[in-house]
Design a protein around this ligand. Structure first.
Ligand SMILES: NC(=O)c1ccc[n+]([C@@H]2O[C@H](COP(=O)([O-])OP(=O)(O)OC[C@H]3O[C@@H](n4cnc5c(N)ncnc54)[C@H](OP(=O)(O)O)[C@@H]3O)[C@@H](O)[C@H]2O)c1
Length: 264
């Protein structure tokens, strides 16, 4: 049975692959209408067909490059008018290498997507959510938010922003009926590491990973419970706890080691 037009709408950026697709899958199973946003239109259509077939919900798509400020602005206006019940800011990417060696303007697209678009889309949905005294925002950060990340310096800083921004909003909105949750996964087997050039790092070769489905399950559960933050995986929770007490320079040295390439 197809979801009615009155079913609550969830907007999921990066909803055509990886963690975003797994989150969209869970929200579809809960009966949400879905609007999936990403660049690759063919993959968006394939994801929409699959989710709609399996969950019987209405799934719309928008092909949009969130690193493009004008495209993001147009999407923000559209989403503001749709007044969704749920916004999942998941789209994001990383890169790899010493910052000084990366070709300028390295990092600009990452800041535009991981930081600026996430901020703009959040500002687009909060007014209607506050008026209704109901709404959920789930922002996908990372365990990279907890310590500086040499060899992915801009990526780590972008995720530190997502965590700080989300926790600040969660506090500002306490008691309003609107909640903001930061989801902090560790290494997760998706297309992310290959796209970022990180597959040979100690981090992605050595660390235990959690599936995208498990990350999505934990994230959606935390969002529905109105939690400010969720760190996925026992080892990652320990890491998040330990970095609160380690001198920052020491933490940067440890993450630098984890980000080096394993040669065999
Ligand atoms: N995988 C991990 O180890 C890991 C760990 C911690 C946090 N995260 C975070 O989890 C989120 C999802 O990543 P993932 O692991 O699922 O990676 P993924 O499989 O590479 O998926 C990334 C998603 O973001 C979309 N996207 C990327 N750049 C975009 C842009 N400029 N405009 C619009 N959409 C864009 C991609 O779609 P198109 O390419 O079609 O645009 C895709 O749907 C990211 O924010 C990432 O930083 C991942």
């Amino acid at each position: 049975m197809a979801s009615s037009p009155a079913a609550p709408l969830a907007v999921v950026t990066g909803g055509n692959a990886g963690i975003g697709l797994a989150i969209a899958d869970r929200l579809g199973a809960l009966g949400h209408r879905l609007l999936l946003v990403a660049r690759d239109g063919a993959r968006l259509e394939a994801a929409a067909r699959d989710l709609s077939d399996r969950h019987g919900v209405v799934v719309d798509t928008r092909a949009c490059d969130l690193s493009d400020a004008a495209a993001t602005e147009a999407l923000a206006a559209e989403i503001a008018a749709l007044a969704p019940a749920v916004l999942v800011n998941n789209a994001g990417f990383g890169d790899y290498g010493p910052f000084a060696d990366l070709p300028p303007p390295s990092g600009a697209g990452m800041i535009a997507t991981n930081v600026a678009a996430l901020t703009r889309l959040t500002s687009a949905v909060l007014p209607s959510m506050r008026t209704r005294a109901s709404g959920r925002v789930l922002n996908v950060a990372s365990t990279a938010a907890f310590a500086p990340l040499p060899l992915a310096a801009v990526y780590g800083a972008s995720k530190a922003y997502v965590l700080s921004f989300s926790l600040a909003l969660a506090e500002e909105l306490a008691g309003s009926g609107v909640t903001v949750t930061a989801l902090c996964p560790g290494p997760t087997p998706t297309g992310f590491a290959a796209r970022a050039g990180m597959t040979r790092t100690e981090l992605f070769r050595g660390a235990p990973s959690t599936s995208a489905e498990e990350v999505a399950a934990r994230g959606v559960a935390a969002m529905l419970a109105g939690k400010g933050m969720v760190v996925v995986g026992g080892a990652n929770r320990l890491l998040a706890f330990a970095t609160r007490f380690a001198p920052r320079a020491l933490a940067a040295r440890a993450t630098h080691r984890a980000m080096r390439e394993r040669l065999r």
